[in-house]
Design a protein around this ligand. Sequence first.
Ligand SMILES: [Zn+2]
Length: 470
Amino acid sequence: MDSNQNRVQKPNRSIKPATAKGAKDPQKAIAEIKKRSTTRQKKQQQQKQLIILGAALLAVIVAIIIIAVACSGGKGGTNDVTADASPAVTAPVQGTDTDLVPVTTEPTGTNPLSVNGLGEVYTAEEYLQSLTPGATPQPVQYLPIIEKGPTDSKRIAITVDDLNEVDNLNKIITIAESNKAKITLFAIGSVVDAKPTLQEALRRADKLSFEIENHTYDHEREKRVYSLDDAGLAYEIYQTQLAVNNALGVNYDMHFVRLPGGNGETDLRTHQYLIQLGNYKGIAHWTFSGSNASITDIKKSLKPGYIYLFHCKDADLKKLEEIIPYAVEQGFELVTLNEMLGYEPNAKSSLTGDSAIPEPYPFVYQEFTMVGKKHYTQMYIVQLMQKRLIDLGYLSSAAAVDGDYGDDTKLAVRLFQYYNSLSADGLAGTATQSVLFSSGAKFNPSTYVAGDESTYPSGTELEMFLNSAG
Ligand SMILES: [Zn+2]
């Protein structure tokens, strides 16, 4: 099952800062190219051409594979992609399951490439080729997701999120100051805008060389960045920068975003946008949640490189009153994230007053295989897939378009794969994604709809279908 070469480069869950502004940065190439494409109209025209070109290309590839498969007796390669792609041309999925699936009439009509309101989707190849024919697509970069710092020196980083309770925050700042400790504050933009007292506390923290970072603007469950459209994503990130800039009276180049709940940390589009903005070094996770632990357990946990998550609640304040002096006593240096990770302090420049929010570049997705159901699989691309599966009739319109690759989504993917002559493993691999987002994707011809159990065949039949398909 090794298909690394075909997957998107995995986010780097290590402490080493990645080369966000690497030499051959595709974003840069994209930025340059994008400048030339001045109007949206032009882009749409290009998109149309692209779709036609893509379809033609797909047809050629399919033809080639048909010939290849015919010549080789139908046995494809062993890697994921070939396994995923070969059924596209070897036609009917084998096994008794064919009999189990009632086929209604083949729907007719157009099947436009629609990602309705959820943004534009390109493969890296399509996108670059559409703008610069002949360009070599490069892997889209991820920023590191930081869960821990270097462990070779006795340093820890205390981070405090949300900052709603300003009185408590001021007390925490005082405790840190009197213990010669530094802390990193993750600010919610809307709270900063709403509370002049918080703005003052941030100025005070900044004067003490504490660090202020981005915790998105709204912090509501329905405002998780991976689940928003482009404008929503940009607002959540950039509007928070503006709020902090205004509070501090300078342009303040934050280095880290912490996503509420850690949701969507591996979402490619979010990484893309942070890289586009230029000042971000990573997405900040944490090693240990002090908010969820007892004072005793926090004391026991103290280790070099640990990043601690706290909030400003009364309970957190109580813990920090004890933990900060204790950690110092134990010989730990309490540093900011920048210090821990070896970055310069967040750069400051004079306030420009420019509040225009940079628009994200069109979303470029690359090949990946979706597995599991953990929170960190929540992704924008999964939302796009869910929307598309609903449009094509494989996923119930009542299903949540939430970017979470759960059981219903997986079943919908299997049904889609089955009726599009792909290996029905429920993993949205390269071949599956390219067919799904193509105009050649087939509507669900059956009466089965994932997410609507009343349409499922009876227990054993469904099991047989799923087993035979997988
Ligand atoms: Zn939070």
